[in-house]
Ligand binder design. Sequence first.
Ligand code: GLU
Ligand code: ZN
Length: 295
Amino acid sequence: MNTPAYIGRFAPTPSGYLHFGSLVAALASYLDARAVNGRWLLRMEDLDPPREVAGAQDGILRTLESYGFEWDGKLVRQSSRHDEYAALVERLLSQGLAYACTCSRKQLEGSQGIYPGTCRNLGHKIDNAAIRLRVPELVYHVNDRVQGEYRQHLGREVGDFVIRRRDGLYAYQLAVVLDDAWQGVTDVVRGADLLDSTPRQLYLQELLGLPQPRYMHVPLIIQPDGHKLGKSYRSPPLPADQATVQLIRALCALGQLLPEGARYGQPGELLQWASQHWDAARIPRSLTLAEAHLL
Ligand code: GLU
Ligand code: ZN
């Protein structure tokens, strides 16, 4: 069998149930894949058991099913991939590309999330320490299919970032890069809240000699105060019995056309129609809450 030209994925974190913003991301990645007969994978990013909400994994799967999404292959859980992450962290440490950091949260206050490199050359033991990846003093940029050119100076705007936390949990940035490559993902389609993570991921890909996927960051719904509609906001879980209506709203958020009589169709039929009429060029870069209310 030939490797398909397009492999996409949806990668929810079970720290909550799916909300409207996650539906928009899932739908965009699904339609972008299906429009070109690509594969669509599902990966549960369950890296952080303390923040996992009981029942969220099941709830996410059931919601996706009742909304008509069909994924290819078996669901992958990141919790089953610890050995791979551990091996990678070991390798980066032994190559001197990563190092142990013992800074407390208090010590990092005031650096506005940009790690100042305090422990870079201190040679701390790795026990009871976070592991950080050294970043180069370089600009990384991505040509995003919706957001356009995005640039970030890793040294100045991010600093050396955590790949394994002090409590031993692996960081999203590390796992996502390794797993996207392992699963052969060619196209990352996700919410625009992750745009500023992309340069870190590009650097990791470069460091590990992994191929760089295409990126498309779809709009978040912005609250009037600038907050995104998301888990931190406790936006309500998607109602299981309103699949068609919510899918129509999500299609509108993505600027897509609707079939006549969409309201009366089954979710699966709507998804099929939408994949045949998918036009990524219609996706807006952002959406205000006021616009979202009209959906
Ligand atoms: N697990 C991440 C989230 O739910 C998404 C990761 C990704 O799509 O790269 O926000
Ligand atoms: Zn430190």
